[in-house]
Design a protein around this ligand. Structure first.
Ligand SMILES: Cc1ncc(COP(=O)(O)O)c(C=O)c1O
Length: 361
């Protein structure tokens, strides 16, 4: 079996794989509504969010659709968002704002740079009119876990600006303080830390924020969260959902709960990642960041001198491991390793053995 060390899709557990084979369903029948409601409830349970205050909206699409739904559905027509960039996905939030003509300002950083809190405070002070701050939690471009605690404190200090969080590669494995951080919405996906299959995404939003958007005209037909939320609260769905991927997500969320929730998953990922970091260190392969700045989900490493990514990738693939390239300008200098999915610590040890064979020949 190939071990996927890319940041999703992940190696599935047998339990989740079998769930894909459950009976065919019509999305207008009660059985589907039960499935959808189960997912919505279980999504809130991951971070123990009360249903009176929060709602999980689930729909068909990849992580980007959740980002796009969040940005288009939570920022009112007269709103303005400050987008913090320090990687591909922060920049993608800006692309979405541009495409939909959403009023925005950008706090740009180079990929991987730590978010400059002084500059952020300056922007928050200067732009008193801001309705939201949008930021990526775990910037998968480099593995940096952005310091949302510090960002949220500044947002609170300046007009209590709510946060739109891209939690696509952190939801279910990193701490997300929905209340403390004054989150208006968090976008995420089934096929990363939730351990289900690609095809289903979701946004968890504050009900009050959703309610306020009812008065604003929709910017999009298919990704409008107000439409989804009204339909799903009334035991319906506006469009045909990807039923088999819903089955998988429902099972994966049960499995997450049975296995000890996001806290246990975070610990498990770190146990795996520590094997990778320590093993690569012994081979003189350096991580991009110290552990304190990294997510447990994915870490980036410098390519050893004289070894191209393609050669490393192909040799590892032949040995049964799929790794991930650096993006854009980082393609020739970095490779990335993710610890998600139904893999084991001994898989990570075997991976290090294979790395040793490649590096030492
Ligand atoms: C932080 C983050 N946001 C958004 C996305 C986009 O997700 P997708 O490729 O599923 O559309 C990714 C994908 O890796 C991601 O890591």
């Amino acid at each position: 079996m190939t071990i996927l060390l890319n940041p999703g899709p992940v190696v599935l557990s047998e339990r989740v794989r079998q769930a894909l084979l459950k009976p065919d369903l019509c999305h207008r029948e009660q059985e589907f509504i039960d499935l959808q409601n189960k997912i919505r409830n279980n999504l809130l349970e991951v971070y123990q969010l009360p249903a009176e205050k929060w709602t999980g909206i689930v729909f068909t699409g990849s992580g980007t659709s959740a980002m796009e739904a969040m940005m288009t559905s939570l920022i009112p027509a007269h709103g303005k968002v400050l987008i913090i960039e320090n990687g591909v996905y922060g920049e993608r939030l800006t692309k979405i704002a541009k495409i939909y003509d959403i009023d925005h300002v950008v706090l740009h950083h180079e990929w991987g740079e730590e978010i400059d809190l002084q500059k952020l405070e300056g922007e928050l002070q200067y732009h008193e009119e801001l309705s939201h701050v949008a930021v990526v939690h775990h910037e998968t471009t480099t593995g940096r876990l952005n310091n949302i605690d510090a960002i949220a404190k500044l947002c609170k200090k300046h007009n209590n600006v709510p946060i739109l969080l891209d939690g696509v590669s952190s939801f279910a494995a990193e701490e997300i303080k929905f209340e403390d951080w004054n989150i208006a919405a968090c976008a995420a996906t089934a096929n990363k830390c939730c351990h289900a299959v690609p095809g289903t995404s979701f946004v968890i939003t504050n009900r009050e924020a959703m309610q306020q958007m009812s008065a604003t005209p929709a910017r999009t037909l298919y990704l409008d969260l107000v439409t989804y939320s009204k339909n799903q609260d009334n035991n319906g769905t506006p469009f045909t959902q990807s039923i088999q991927t819903f089955y998988a997500l429902a099972e994966a969320l049960d499995e997450l709960k049975d296995n000890g929730g996001w806290q246990a998953r975070q610990k498990q990922y770190w146990n795996r990642m520590n094997i990778v970091r320590d093993g690569l260190e012994k081979l003189n392969i350096k991580p991009l960041f110290n552990k304190e700045n990294c997510s447990c989900v994915l870490n980036a490493f410098h390519l050893p001198e004289g070894l191209s990514y393609e050669t490393l990738h192909d040799k590892l693939k032949a040995a049964g491991f799929v790794i991930y390239a650096g993006q854009g300008g980082l393609a020739n200098s970095l490779f990335r390793i993710s610890c998600m999915g139904e893999i084991s610590e001994s898989d990570m040890e075997r991976f290090i053995d294979e790395m040793g064979k490649i590096v030492n020949t």
